[in-house]
Design a protein around this ligand. Structure first.
Ligand code: MN
Length: 232
């Protein structure tokens, strides 16, 4: 019997609301441009673009209440508040009509983005990894099981910096619904229990600085709070 050459790391995980249990995170998948007003503010036509995805490392997840250091390589760290879908049962080529039965629960996340690096990547036709998949780039509030949350199709989604509202939208403005996102994503790869899908952000993204306190939420799902610390 073979052994690991060193002790394997603990799986990445996120808190569960009202419980000391934790949800083990396998992959973090993110949808780009899923609210029309945000697509427009980024200079794109929301009516024409099909959904696209990018990913972050599983261990980019960080619990609400954390202080995260201002990341390296950027002068333009942006907040993106997002509804997070937690997959509890995997599947390949999941039908949209069956997609919600694969959901374990929901959460509130922030897709932190090094916007200046992303702008360069877009211009040069390079991958987005360095702009999206950095350490602690995917904070997530405690996940709420479906039995408690139901399946949200509407509800206010918002983010504030130092108490001042920056982003505000409603889940009913999602261009691609949660079942559609799960179905389309599962055509590209097999989804498995532990996958988190960040479903896109409403308009109002903007920069944050060291010392800023970021709060956000989705009505009926929960709230998140993150402080930006000094650079490492
Ligand atoms: Mn995003």
């Amino acid at each position: 019997m073979s052994a690991f050459v060193f002790a394997p790391p603990q799986p990445a995980s996120v808190a569960v609301a009202g419980s000391s249990d934790r949800f083990p995170v396998r992959r973090i998948l993110c949808v780009g441009r899923n609210y029309a007003a945000h697509a427009r503010e980024m200079g794109n036509d929301p009516d024409r673009d099909p959904p696209f995805f990018f990913s972050k490392p599983a261990d980019a997840v960080v619990d609400s209440g954390s202080t995260i250091p201002y990341p390296p390589l950027t002068q333009d760290l942006h907040h993106e508040i997002e509804l997070v879908v937690a997959i509890g049962r995997g599947g390949f080529r999941i039908a949209a009509a069956d997609a919600l039965s694969h959901v374990w629960g929901y959460g509130v996340g922030i897709d932190f983005t090094r916007r200046d690096l992303q702008d360069v990547a877009k211009k040069m036709g390079r991958p987005w990894d360095w702009s999206k998949g950095f350490d602690q780039s995917a904070p997530c509030a405690p996940l709420v099981p479906v039995a408690t949350s139901g399946h949200p199709a509407a509800g206010r989604i918002w983010l504030a910096v130092n108490g001042e509202t920056r982003q505000q939208g409603d889940l009913k403005e999602l261009i691609w619904s949660i079942p559609e996102v799960i179905a389309i994503c599962s055509e590209a790869m097999e989804l498995r229990a532990g996958d988190l899908i960040y479903t896109g952000t409403p308009a109002g993204v903007g920069a944050v600085s060291a010392g800023d306190r970021i709060t956000g939420g989705v009505d009926g799902i929960g709230e998140i709070e993150i402080t930006i610390g000094a650079p490492r």
